[in-house]
Design a protein around this ligand. Structure first.
Ligand SMILES: Cc1ncc(C[n+]2csc(CCOP(=O)(O)OP(=O)(O)O)c2C)c(N)n1
Ligand code: SF4
Length: 267
């Protein structure tokens, strides 16, 4: 199918600013789904609230546009009711790790078969550039006009610690890698986390003098390295990208089914 066959044209024009990275993520998520040959009818997408979360309105799957931070809770209910459906949850960094942080760590701990995509633009885009748990120490935001004094989470380490069985990071510059990683995350049986560094030129870029969207993309090119690269040892400030964890572990819905069977055997 063509890209446009996945898009709900009635919701166009979209709300994203010129140069926003979220459209790049949507494009390559569509390509990953097309490459996997998944039927639109077999996909459920739950989203919260945010510029990133609008992706659920634009894509023609079974979509639930829910509450800020609660997309994983809704997705967990859907997945338990219909484990046969592919369940994808794109979230902003605020959506996933500020208000939604508790849902996130427990979804990871359950190892439920959901693909969580964290569209990390280091800021709250939709509400006007407030800092998020991913902004980073010293960064500027509407709510940190003299510099942010909070350290950022490391999404890869947090996901690993919480129990996710697939963890990867990529950027809107590395689009081919993004498509391949999304394909692997979607087919992985268990909780998959894909962090995608994506530019918000309107707030994070402007407030931190990072230039336009092309300069921000170049920043991802020069400041990231493949996981395990020697360059990271020489310069610890470089950000690693690639697949960090890919393990087979008991999956929540399958284990839940076994509990039901065991309970039936006792009656
Ligand atoms: C319960 C609740 N609290 C706060 C908000 C306001 N709100 C909407 S989107 C958002 C943050 C958006 O940032 P992020 O999730 O990082 O996504 P982005 O817009 O940057 O893609 C906030 C705080 C809300 N809609 N609901
Ligand atoms: S405010 Fe930022 S995240 Fe939101 S659409 Fe504009 S560029 Fe994208």
């Amino acid at each position: 199918m063509a890209i446009k066959d996945y898009i709900r044209e009635r919701f166009m024009p979209h709300i994203w600013c010129p140069g926003c990275g979220h459209g790049i993520v949507m494009n390559h998520l569509i390509r990953a789904i097309e490459n996997l040959g998944l039927a639109k009818n077999d996909i459920v997408m739950a989203t919260g609230i945010g510029c990133s979360a609008r992706i659920g309105g634009y894509l023609d799957f079974h979509t639930l546009h829910t509450l800020h931070g609660r997309a994983l809770a809704f997705a967990t209910g859907v997945k338990l009711a219909r484990p046969d459906l592919t369940t994808i949850v794109p979230m902003g960094d605020g959506d996933a790790l500020a208000i939604g942080g508790n849902h996130f760590i427990h979804a990871a701990r359950r190892n439920i078969d959901i693909t969580a995509i964290i569209m990390n633009n280091n800021i709250y885009g939709m509400t006007g550039g407030q800092f998020s748990p991913l902004s980073g120490f010293g960064k500027m935001a509407t709510t940190a006009p003299f510099g942010n004094i909070y350290e950022a989470f490391d999404i890869v380490l947090l996901s690993k610690g919480a129990g996710a069985s697939f963890v990867a990071r990529t950027t809107t510059y590395h689009v081919n890698a993004m498509t391949e990683i999304l394909e692997k995350a979607i087919t992985h049986k268990g909780f998959s986390v894909v962090e995608i560094l994506t530019q918000c030129p309107t707030y994070f870029g402007r407030k931190n003098r990072m230039g336009d969207s092309v300069e921000m993309l170049n920043h991802y090119k020069t400041n990231t390295v493949p996981v395990g690269s020697k360059k990271k040892k020489e310069n610890p400030d470089l950000i690693e990208r690639g697949i960090f964890i890919q393990e087979e572990r008991p999956e929540y819905c399958a284990e839940y089914e076994k509990v039901i069977e065991r309970a039936k055997g006792r009656i």
